[in-house]
Ligand binder design. Structure first.
Ligand code: ZN
Length: 378
């Protein structure tokens, strides 16, 4: 049996893994798929600890192996996930990752293993092929401290072709006593040759009541904030937790400010509106791609929740209403809402490609203004 510690929900997966562990039938390769913050990494860490743990009741969380997994210091355990390295450190063009780059990667890995529910800032970046090759040396070397090697790799759905091939080579000739736990968000984007070598487990939505219990127990957020976090979390504990943080509240304020400008509050004419927009990009988004991406994404989420509420007339669905967003949604038809979603997606894509922040946000602004204005004329 696996002594689960922190995993909320996913009872069927826990049971399946526990039984497999009890019968000594844990697969040599698993593919865990699920949204950000669903708990798949938390689960993978505990399975890794179970395999490596030295105690009789596993995972104990206390032995050298269990602690070494979390601190990423245990020689028979390796973890990698999508991290964006500064250009200078990522090697590139076959130059290899610099020593500073490795240091940064290790720091990021330790941070992530300690907080497995936190969002990954640059999920779309593939992990460098050098990282996969480095992991391969551990696999080829075999166990040193104990009797098994556990490799945990996240972001299998965003691997570059080169990295995916390097991984495939490891999966094709798996040495004995090596366990792979691969993690992804969109299994349909994973190479079929990788999927076919793994036992696939899906991590679906966690029931709202379980997330609610968890947030009430472990967060300082108010009932109103928790209600809002539940709506935004959409069955992901990580997303719900992230929605209770101070940074999230700041981003929420930015979304409100953007929507007010969109509706023309406090501006006499279009010129003033354009100036207000520029000031917003300067002050709230600091012309940063990451901040802009987060705020635009949150705008979409807020829009979605408010629009559905307006449509379904379910006042208890959201407890933390935003007057501006409510106003905007009341003016928009279902067809226009589809256009808004499509425009936001385009803008997110241009931000990912590093198109100038002001340009991307202006595009969002003008396209939605046009819709609202159209409605006024009707
Ligand atoms: Zn242990």
């Amino acid at each position: 049996m696996i002594q689960w510690r922190s995993l909320v929900g996913h009872d069927t997966n826990k049971e399946l893994l526990s039984h497999a562990a009890q019968d000594g039938l844990l697969a040599h390769a698993y593919l865990f798929s699920g949204d950000m913050g669903s708990g798949k990494l938390d689960c993978a860490i505990q399975v890794a600890q179970y395999i490596l743990c030295e105690a009789s009741s596993k995972p104990c969380g206390q032995c050298t192996a269990c602690r070494g997994v979390i601190s990423h210091t245990y020689t028979d355990f390796r973890y990698a996930f999508p991290v964006e390295l500064p250009k200078k450190q990522d090697g590139g063009a076959g130059r290899g990752i610099t020593p500073e780059g490795w240091e940064l990667l290790n720091e990021a890995v330790c941070q992530r293993l300690r907080s497995p529910y936190d969002p990954i800032p640059h999920y779309e970046r593939s992990l460098p092929v050098d990282w996969i090759r480095e992991i391969r040396t551990t696999v080829e070397r075999g166990a040193v401290s104990g009797s098994s090697v556990v490799i945990l790799i996240e972001g299998i759905d965003v691997l570059s072709k080169e990295s995916a091939n390097a991984l495939l080579k490891m999966l094709e000739e798996p040495p004995e006593n090596t366990h792979f736990i691969l993690l992804c968000r969109s299994p349909e984007r994973v190479l079929p040759t990788i999927v076919s070598r793994c036992q696939h487990m899906r991590f679906g939505r966690i029931p709202r009541v379980r997330i609610l219990e968890e947030l009430e127990k472990n967060s300082a957020a108010s009932a109103e904030e928790i209600g809002h976090a539940l709506a935004l979390g959409r069955g992901s504990l990580g997303a719900a937790r992230a929605a209770c943080t101070e940074e999230h509240m700041h981003r929420l304020e930015s979304v409100g400010r953007f929507t007010r400008i969109l509706l023309g509050y406090g501006q006499e004419d279009e010129l003033e509106q354009a100036r207000a927009l520029e000031k917003f990009v300067e002050e709230d988004l600091c012309r940063s791609y990451t901040t802009a991406h987060q705020v635009v994404l949150l705008f979409l989420e807020e829009f979605r929740i408010h629009f559905l509420t307006a449509l379904r007339k379910e006042p208890d669905y959201i407890l933390h209403e935003h007057d501006e967003m409510k106003m905007l949604c009341e003016q928009i038809t279902v067809d226009q809402a589809r256009t808004v979603v499509a425009v936001v997606e385009q803008v997110l894509e241009s931000l990912r490609k590093h198109s100038p922040v002001l340009l991307a946000v202006s595009e969002l602004f003008f396209k939605i203004s046009e819709l609202v204005y159209e409605e006024y004329r009707c």
